[in-house]
Ligand binder design. Sequence first.
Ligand code: IPD
Ligand code: CA
Ligand code: CA
Length: 280
Amino acid sequence: MTTEADLQAFLEIATEAALAGGAILQQFWGKLDTIQEKRPGDLVTAADQAAEAAILAVIRRHFPQHQILAEESGHLGNPDSPYLWAIDPLDGTTNYAHQYPFSATSIALLIHEQPQVGVVFDPFHQELFRAATGLGATRNRQPMHVSQTKSLSDSLLVTGFAYDRRETPDNNYAEFCHFTHLTQGVRRGGSASIDLAYVACGCLDGYWERGLSPWDIAAGIVLVQEAGGRVTAYDQSPQQLRSGRLLATNGRIHTALSQELIQIKPLVWDPPVFNAQDQT
Ligand code: IPD
Ligand code: CA
Ligand code: CA
């Protein structure tokens, strides 16, 4: 059984790892020689790799017997362990590569597949978001709570678009238009972990996205839940971390947002042909 003291100890190590990763992101800022593409639009840099190495060193030193799922290294460690660390060393790589200062390190601990500890560190604004199940959520070590907004029309939302958006009609474009019309605005931050941290601290009221990986969202899920918010699948069924779809809100707008979301049809649209040469 995992006790409160265990969770607190895991939270401290997750924090140590997130701060180590964030320090590397600051070191590499503006100094990237090469930026590689894993697939169109999906970038990886030396900063992602170096930050991940620093984070892995911390986690492995403290918990050599645990399992790890890290974005750049994949599955590591003991596959039979109930403890799984989900690590995104640089969430917001596209922003980072363009020197748009909105990226974070995201670290979560899942116990029996349930996210229980989450830390998101944004080194560019020096913001540290932390939470663990039953221990509450903090922003720079001060308690944080979701917003009180009650209606979609008073809400400020956030979403994102997965890297397969050019290959699927399920690309979130229709949803983006729909909610831009119904609310005070929809932001596209470019870092799912910060998007969720901002829902948790109340400056955004809700977030939805598809095509996500566990390392993008596991930490943010704990932040939102512990800050008093609600996290489910789009249709309000229990959230499945590996489904890639997530709805996270302050709780008050959850049902309204879900009811809209599940009935939106893909946008009928004749998109321009994407030509990678245009980018050179
Ligand atoms: C991406 C960001 C982005 C989201 C994408 C993610 P990365 O992560 O979180 O906000 O829209 O779906 O893949 O690639 O910058 O780590
Ligand atoms: Ca990510
Ligand atoms: Ca990443």
